[in-house]
Design a protein around this ligand. Structure first.
Ligand code: PEP
Length: 253
C-alpha cells in the first residue's frame, strides 16, 4: 500500500515574517480536507510566529539547517534545541546548496542527523548527484556514499524516523525535472540500498521524497511511481497558488 504522501516546501532565504504569516493563514483553510502531510521549511526568523499560526492546522513547520553541536561558541550557528523551542518539528539537512556553497561534508551532515534525532526533530536528509556525476555514470556510486556516510551509526529504529529526499542537483531550480522513469529508477535503487544497510522493514517504511523542479503539472505523475512517497518543492512553494495546486494535485493519486 502506498504511504500518505508528504509535500514539503523549502522557502530557502525568502519571505519576511509578515509574508510568511499571510501565506500560512491563506493556505491552512484551503487544505483542511487534503489527505496529505504538508510541511514548510521556513527561514529561522519565521519559525516561531508561523508555528504558532499553524497550530490546529495541517501545516507542520520546520527549519532548513542546524548545527551539530548542542550549544557553545559557534558564532552565527543555530542549535536543534533552539529550533525545537521555536516550534520546528523537522529540519532539512544536507541540502545541495549547503553542500556546494557552504562545503558541508557527509561526515558533518551525519553528525547533524544524529543531533536532530536527539533533539526530537525529524531530519529530511537530502542526497543527489551533479550533472557531471550523472554524465559519468557515477550517480549510484555517489548516492551510496552519501547514504552510507550520512547515516553512519544511526540505528534501524532511528532510520525509520528520517526522510530521504533525492534531489538531483541538475534538476534543482533549473526547470529540468528528472523524467519519471529516471526518478523511479533511482528511488528504487535507494530503497534497495537502504534494504541492504537496514533491512526490508526499514526500507519499506522509510519515506523517499523527490525534489527538483516539481510543479503542479508534474507532481501527480511523480507520485504515481511506486517508490516516490512525496516531494520536496523549492521555487514552486514560494507562490501560494502553485503550492496549493501541488497539494491538491497530490490528493488521491
Ligand atoms: C530544492 O531546493 O530543494 C528544490 C527542490 O528546488 P526547486 O523545486 O526550485 O527545484
Amino acid at each position: 500500500m502506498k504511504k500518505k504522501y508528504m509535500i514539503v516546501g523549502n522557502w530557502k532565504m525568502n519571505k519576511l515574517i509578515e509574508e510568511s504569516l499571510g501565506f500560512i493563514k491563506k493556505l491552512a483553510p484551503e487544505i483542511t480536507d487534503c489527505d496529505v502531510d504538508v510541511l514548510l521549511a521556513v527561514p529561522f526568523t519565521s519559525i516561531h510566529p508561523t508555528s504558532k499560526a499553524a497550530e490546529k492546522t495541517k501545516i507542520i513547520i520546520g527549519a532548513q539547517n542546524m548545527n551539530d553541536a548542542r550549544k557553545g561558541a559557534f558564532t552565527g550557528e543555530i542549535a536543534g534545541i533552539m529550533l525545537e523551542e521555536a516550534g520546528a518539528e523537522f529540519v532539512i539537512l544536507g541540502h545541495s546548496e549547503r553542500r556546494q556553497i557552504f562545503h558541508e561534508t557527509n561526515d558533518f551532515i551525519n553528525k547533524k542527523v544524529e543531533r536532530a534525532l536527539q533533539d526530537d526533530l525529524m531530519p529530511i536528509l537530502c542526497i543527489g548527484e551533479t550533472k557531471e556525476e550523472k554524465d559519468k555514470n557515477k550517480t549510484e556510486e555517489v548516492l551510496k556514499k552519501q547514504i552510507k556516510e550520512c547515516l553512519d551509526k544511526i540505528s534501524k529504529e532511528d532510520v525509520e524516523n528520517i526522510k530521504i529526499a533525492y534531489e538531483p542537483i541538475w534538476a534543482i531550480g533549473t526547470g529540468e525535472t528528472a523524467t519519471v522513469v529516471y526518478a523511479e529508477k533511482i528511488h528504487k535503487f535507494i530503497r534497495e540500498y537502504l534494504k541492504q544497510l537496514f533491512g526490508k522493514k526499514c526500507a519499506d517504511n522509510i519515506y523517499i521524497l523527490y525534489g527538483g523542479s516539481v510543479t503542479p503539472e508534474n507532481v501527480s505523475i511523480l507520485l504515481k511511481q511506486k517508490d516516490i512517497d512525496g516531494v520536496l518543492v523549492g521555487g514552486a512553494s514560494l507562490d501560494l497558488e502553485s503550492f496549493l495546486e501541488i497539494i491538491k494535485n497530490s490528493v488521491g493519486v
